[in-house]
Design a protein around this ligand. Structure first.
Ligand code: ZN
Length: 500
């Protein structure tokens, strides 16, 4: 039995089309899923959409359709993104699915059975844009700092979840990293937040929330977003034994709900706990906050259409710091694409394959001498894997870039086209080394640019390599490429793209 690995994205709210920030989260999760599959693990990768709440109800009213029709319409866009970006999710959960609804109602009963649910009178300010209660302290000039709207004053009956009962237990779990929050500075944020945690409202009256899962035994109350959405991580793998999650990949704005609310719910209901919560930052566009009014929203579909999914995936993983905020600039996209993919890798592959074709009829020549490569490549792998383990994809790719640059320099230093006239034997050794370097580079790129990875794999004696690639450890050894095997034709990996 192989080891299990379960990774999730957060589930975005379906009131608009997919954001590039979600595209990044999807790719981060997919990189982990692919990496673990390469290591032979049995992987489950879950994503989906969060579909209840007043905002959906109101948006649907405006469009003259039902809330569910609106969800159906928008969820399609998110599913389309998973496909276009080559995410290998095993399931796409929608919180309007009956299977999910049954699960959260059952979970509710567990919390209630534990004595952790209580009906209370609640008065407060509510921002519909945020779909949450907001405190006086958070307001700026009487308005929500995110939506610049005046919140509604609400006075109603709510069911509360007694979260404060669990704060000490949660603090210990976070401190001891039994539930690990990555990066470290986010762990500290959670510990600070725990000082101010109170019981939380887990329901809203039907007449004010309109669109949600009914509370078992009280149809006049609907479940509030966190109580409905967070359990998708379990409802989505029902019938399997994948829970608990190894990694929840989330944005920094929902850290509190994952590291505190969710853990509290699981403790109350008696479920196992997720092992790691990996927190990414926000993406700005051309140095400014992305907004429709500024007209600087980056559309993931547009970039995929123009450059291909691999290019967008690589850029998001390489340019945006994995665990912090970053900027998406069109100019940087062009530079990263042409320098780190087209020139450094694409050109190297086509040159080396062409030379092997010309001088050795496309047959992998004999391994003759290794220079410093085995040691150097070994070091690169070590650092690459260290960074991958720390969820620092950007730095892992730095190792790829350095190795690719070294391979290019080797071509310039050795000048195979001159060796072809003077020293056939050395030429064979040099080309062997270059082909073997390409194989390693491709393996490093595998979780990031899967389309390219497959193209290069097919160009090698694919059968041999595909079979072995699951034993990634052996594949990381120097000299696995078989002399005498025939190379296939290589496609152009990263075509030149004109700047419009
Ligand atoms: Zn707001």
């Amino acid at each position: 039995m192989s080891e299990k690995f379960y990774v999730t994205t957060a589930i975005p709210y379906v009131n608009s089309t997919p954001h590039v920030g979600f595209a990044m989260e999807l790719v981060q999760s997919d990189v982990l899923a692919r990496l673990m599959r390469l290591q032979g693990k049995d992987v489950f990768f879950l994503t989906g959409t969060d579909e209840h709440g007043l905002k959906i109800h109101e948006a649907a009213l405006k469009q003259g359709i039902t809330a569910l029709e609106l969800c159906d319409k928008n969820a399609v866009e998110f599913v389309k993104l998973t496909e276009k970006i080559n995410a290998t999710n095993d399931y796409f959960v929608r919180t309007t699915n009956q299977k999910h609804i049954d699960f959260v109602q059952d979970l509710w009963k567990k919390l209630e059975g534990k004595g952790d649910i209580e009906k209370r009178h609640y008065e407060g300010l509510y921002c519909v844009g945020c779909e949450k209660f907001i405190s006086e302290k958070e307001l700026e000039a009487g308005k929500c700092p995110v939506h610049f709207d005046e919140p509604k004053r609400v006075s109603e009956e709510n069911y509360f979840f007694k979260l404060s009962k669990y704060t000490d237990q949660i603090r210990e779990l976070i401190e001891t990293e039994k539930v690990k929050v990555v990066p470290e500075f986010k762990k500290k944020e959670v510990l600070n937040m725990l000082d101010q945690i109170e019981d939380v409202s887990f329901s809203r009256p039907e007449e004010s929330y309109k669109w949600g899962v009914p509370i078992p035994g009280d149809e006049n109350q609907l479940m509030y977003v966190w109580c409905d959405a967070l359990p998708n991580y379990i409802s989505g793998v029902q019938g399997t034994d994948f829970w608990p999650a190894d990694v929840h990949v989330i944005g920094k704005d929902i850290l509190k709900f994952h590291a505190i609310y969710w853990i509290g719910m699981l403790l109350s209901a008696g479920y196992e706990l997720p092992k790691t919560i990996m927190v990414h930052g926000f993406i700005t566009s051309e140095g400014r906050k992305m907004s429709k009014s500024l007209g600087n929203v980056k559309d993931p579909f547009e970039y995929i259409e123009k450059y291909g999914a691999d290019a967008l995936r690589y850029f998001l993983m390489r340019e945006i710091p994995t665990l912090d905020d970053g900027d998406f600039s069109a100019e940087r996209f062009q530079i990263v694409y042409s320098e780190e993919l087209a020139n450094t890798f694409g050109n190297l592959v086509s040159r080396v394959f062409a030379m092997t074709g010309k001088y050795f009829d496309g047959i992998v020549p004999d391994r003759d001498f290794d220079d410093e490569w085995p040691a150097f490549v070994g070091q690169k792998w070590e650092k690459y894997l260290q960074n991958m383990r720390k969820y620092n994809f950007r730095c892992a790719l730095e190792e790829y870039v350095e190795l690719a640059c070294a391979a290019n320099k080797y071509v310039e230093d050795q000048k195979p086209w001159e060796l072809a006239k003077t020293d056939r034997e050395k030429l064979a050794g040099v080309l062997y080394n270059l082909l073997e370097l390409i194989r390693h580079l491709n393996l490093m790129l595998a979780p990031f640019v899967p389309v390219t990875f497959s193209k290069v794999l097919k160009a090698f004696d694919a059968e041999v390599i595909v079979e072995n690639v699951r034993a990634a450890k052996a594949e990381r050894e120097w000299g696995q490429l078989k002399s005498g095997s025939k190379l296939n034709k290589i496609e152009i990996l990263f075509p030149r793209i004109e700047i419009s």
